[in-house]
Every structure is written in C-alpha cells, then in structure tokens.
Design a protein around this ligand. Structure first.
Ligand SMILES: [Zn+2]
Length: 242
C-alpha cells in the first residue's frame, strides 16, 4: 500500500522518458528501474518536480544500464518449463526434479527431491502443465498458510483477523495486502525461496494491517517483528529473479 502515483515524462539525453512518481513519507528521492523497465521514483512532498527531474537526469547512466539488463537478461527457468522428466524446479531453496509417469489416474506427488507427475497421456503437455500447476497451488497454499500462522502469532497484541490468502503469479512484486478486506496476496514464485524469505514477505504484509503505508512506524514494527528482514529480502532478490 502506498501514496498517490502519477505518470510523468522527463526529457533526458536519451530522449523522452516516462516515469511513475509516488509522493510518500521518505527522506530522499529514490529511483528504481523495475524488471518491466518502468522507472519508479518516490519522493517527499516538499521536493519539486523540477528537482526530481534533474535527479532523474543525473541517474541516466544507471537507468540505461538497468533497462538494458532487464531487456536482455535470459528468461528464468520457470517460464521455459515443458513439464518433462529431468527438468528441475526450485522448492524452498532446494532442487526438485520432475518425473513424468504414465498412469491410469492423474495427479502430482512429491517424494523428497522428486516431483512425480502421473498422467494418462505422457505426450500431452497441456495436461502435464495442468497437473503441475494444481500441485504448485496446493504446496503454495500449504506452506504460505503455515508461515502466515507463524507470523500471525507475533501480532497477538494487535488482535488482527487472520487474513485470507490469495495466490498470484506476479512479475514485479512478492506480495501485496488489502488492509480493509483482510487479504494477503502472495506471489507463487516465493515458493522457490527458502522459508525465511517467505516469512519476511508475509511479515511485511502483516505490518500493513497495522500501518497501511511505508512510514517510519511501519519499518519500526517490521524491525521488531522480523529483525532479519533486510537479510532475508536480499537473499530472496538474489535467488529468485522476477
Ligand atoms: Zn509494503
């Protein structure tokens, strides 16, 4: 949850550059190029658009490099999955190998470091994908709900309602929350990361039930609830590329 976002355009040495400006309770101007190559700037209210745009121009080298990186980086394994034997996926930070089994009944089941996809027609990729996705949703629900219960306990003094979990596959964020509807949405791809990384995201979203913004109070609460959040966030961002 955050402040008001506006779309602006600035003229730089590389031409017209669109950016999203968000006014929020921050100390300085922050600039970030997102994986979809949008430029995102957050700034305190007192800073003028002129100052912000001169800041953007001063970061043009970074913007060029980051944009180039996101445009040309290789696609992640997940998007290339064909759901065939021998393919590896990440689950809670470890490798799991897919094994396709011809069977009269259809289901997916994990046994240690193997994920068996039982399918009637081994050559039907769509069917294999469907069985895999059903399994993935199930494991995401199971693990994420467990983590949510652990984090929920740390908030006992706030008498919060236990939120509803929604799963999504997102390319620019790990999670989001709806403080009023009591919903936490988590990115399925979190399941690839070690559990502490998932905890960090869930702790972040839970803190929004107390502080909907990213204010000082929000970070003070996150720090108290999950002191290792910076470390876990860094690990997550280095292991799973959205
Ligand atoms: Zn947040």
């Amino acid at each position: 949850m955050a402040g008001v976002k506006e779309k602006h355009t600035v003229l730089t040495s590389d031409g017209a550059q669109d950016y999203i400006l968000e006014r929020k309770n921050v100390k300085n101007i922050n600039l970030r190029v997102k994986p979809d190559c949008t430029i995102y700037v957050s700034a305190p209210n007192r800073v003028s658009v002129r100052e912000i745009e001169s800041f953007i121009r001063s970061r043009s080298r970074y913007i060029r490099r980051a944009t180039e990186y996101f445009r040309t980086r290789p696609k992640t394994e997940r998007t290339e999955l064909k759901y065939v034997s021998g393919e590896k996926i990440k689950l809670l930070g470890t490798d799991v190998e897919i094994k396709v089994v011809q069977d009269t009944s259809e289901y997916s089941e994990r046994d240690g470091s193997n994920l068996y996809i039982h399918v009637k027609d081994k050559d039907n990729e769509e069917r294999r994908k469907k069985l895999f996705s059903a399994w993935l949703d199930e494991i995401c629900r199971e693990i994420f709900t467990e983590v949510m219960h652990d984090v929920y306990e740390k908030f006992s003094e706030y008498s919060l309602m236990f939120p509803q979990l929604k799963l999504r596959t997102m390319t620019s964020r790990w999670g989001s929350c709806h403080p009023y509807k009591k919903i936490i949405t988590l990115n399925r791809r979190l399941i690839e990361a070690p559990r502490h990384c998932i905890e960090q995201v869930v702790a972040h979203e839970f803190c929004h039930f107390v502080h909907p913004d990213h204010s000082k109070d929000f970070y003070a609460l996150l720090q108290r609830i999950y002191p290792e959040w910076r470390y876990s966030k860094a690990v997550l961002e280095s292991l799973v590329v959205l």
